[in-house]
Ligand binder design. Sequence first.
Ligand code: GLC
Length: 709
Amino acid sequence: MDRQKLENLLADMSVSEKIEQLVQLHGGFFGEVDMITGPAAEFKMDADRPYRTGTVLGEHGAEHLRNLQDRMMAKQPHRIPAIFMADVIHGYKTAFPVPIAIGSSFDPDLAEEIASAAAEEASAAGVHVTFSPMVDLVRDPRWGRCMESTGEDPYLNSAMAAAFVRGFQGDDISKKGKIAACVKHFAAYGAPVAGRDYNVTEISEHTLFEDYLKPYRAAVEAGVKLVMTAFNTIDRKPCTTNRHLLRDVLREDMGFKGVVISDYNAVGETVIQGSSADRADAAKKALIAGCDIDMMSDCYLNGLEGAIKSGEVDEKLLDEAVMRVLELKNELGLFENPYKDGSAEREKEVIFSEKIQALGRRAAEETTVLLKNDGILPLKNGQKIGVVGDLAQSKEIVGSWSIFADASRTVTLREALEKLCPETEFVFSGDAPTETELEKIASCDAVLLCLGEDQSRTGESMSVADISLSDGHRELFSRVSAVNKNTVALIYGGRPLAIPEVAKAARAVVEVWLPGTVGSYAVADIIFGKVNPSGRLSMSIPYCSGQLPISYSLFNTGRPKPETDSFVRYVSNYMDVPNRPLYSFGCGLSYCEIAYSEPILSKNVIRRGEKITASVSVENMGDSAVTETVQLYIRDIKGSVVRPLRELKGFKRVGLEPHEKKNVEFEISEDMLKFYDAEMNFTAEAGGFTLWIGHDSLTKNGADFRLED
Ligand code: GLC
């Protein structure tokens, strides 16, 4: 439909009809039961009104949505089609590894492929929009939603955010197999005080812009069609009614022109937060602030019409919001085809396809992180291997947002091992092995010990105060390692867990995360050496909860700690644990040693607009092929505000055959040196810098250079 027709349509709509286009309800409002006694009653809706709303939350299935679309359009005064939106976070029917694992691949191309595959499955099921990517930067694993994030670093999260948007949307969201993406949660939802979900954030404007906003900006620059407002406050103002955040920052500064949707009842929650007098006040504040769609509250439904008709709220604001929603429907092609590509035939054709399952397996190969290995891995086939822990036989390893996944298809580690290693004798036991089982474990050549958390322990609202292993798992580890020293710890979960005792005593430690529907095959292949691990931590693993929040990208303070783990008085450190994480961002091993040459710079001084080429040679010293993620970090030695000791500014995944050496180059530009200065100008300041190019965020392989005016 062309723009003029959209404008004519808008002009012909009543105020009530326009408001209804800005409301999103979940499927409970569209059941066949008597609506007046259902949730509609709370919203004081008659049986027809839900069908006049503009978008629907969480419904899926091609036939179901065709039917629902027909019923809704029949009740729409202008037969405007509805948009079906759902949380396809990291897969639809096929669950891929959780996003914190996807971040650990350091492979944006993989993220794009995953998003594209998820879009293919979801669009066949009639879904038009996904509430993904979730790009909330997070440096506190007490917050259960770190599972949904790609981690602690602005540069990595930005690369992943853009890749997810490209994968979901392609170059035209009306095309078959593509859906519109919604980046969330705007903004800084990943910085709740004390790591407690929904809590306020207390971060400076510099930290907001320098760390938390960059991934959203990357998603906007990649063309994301929707932005979802966050539950939290920033500077003591709820994001959903924060005009500065939504209009000045998101629309003016970032140039976002799409639809802003609130999180679930986030408009209504501003009353509880104490910044709106009542739900009508919340509705006014949210629309004025720039929130277009009110998800799952009755604020817009019952609170806006009076304000518009009385002139308290300019109808122009309503028209602008409605036009953005109509434009999104138009871009999706829904006026011409209200079902888009939802069809039962396509569901059969694309869901769980061989291609998608192969991608799910490859994804887990890239996201699994080998953290420690004294040489016990890879295991040899034909040995007698103990496999201990309930997690080895659990299907709860696909992530708590895999709400549409077919759990019956989840492959457990046990199933993968038995299928892929038939010549190996496995001895299985759960979280509480009997004395007889312990005797069998004692007789094994090695023990795979599955520790950590299943999917129920992370996700929305699943905050913990203590990120240690459970008492049961610590007890299990000590019982097993007492009878068999050859333990390989497989750590499951959607958050980094504090595992200092395991890291010390186990001969190998593997961060498995939550590997998804078919990811266990990859875990088995890595353990037995068919796959050379290449994952790198997207989020640091702390020694303990007391270190939180934590990141590799620290500040020097005025009293930096010398290079020691011992306590040093009168400097910034703890008496009981080191400052550094147990395992730092970007860390991860493979089965080969990788050698780096010192960086060579094309020059050591650049003027404005000039560039430096920094290169290293990277050599695979091992006998098997490997993918090495070469990482570039830069430090700005002095700024008009303090600057982190190092920041990730680039990474490249490099395939190396056995004993192959390759030259890897990075271009250092003035743009890479920019930051928000004392006056919040985004600029590069002349002065000294250090760059490092190496295997992880701990690399000391550095060289100095200067930027001069
Ligand atoms: C939830 C989540 C958000 C999700 C939305 C719709 O509360 O915060 O991430 O997209 O509601 O399910």
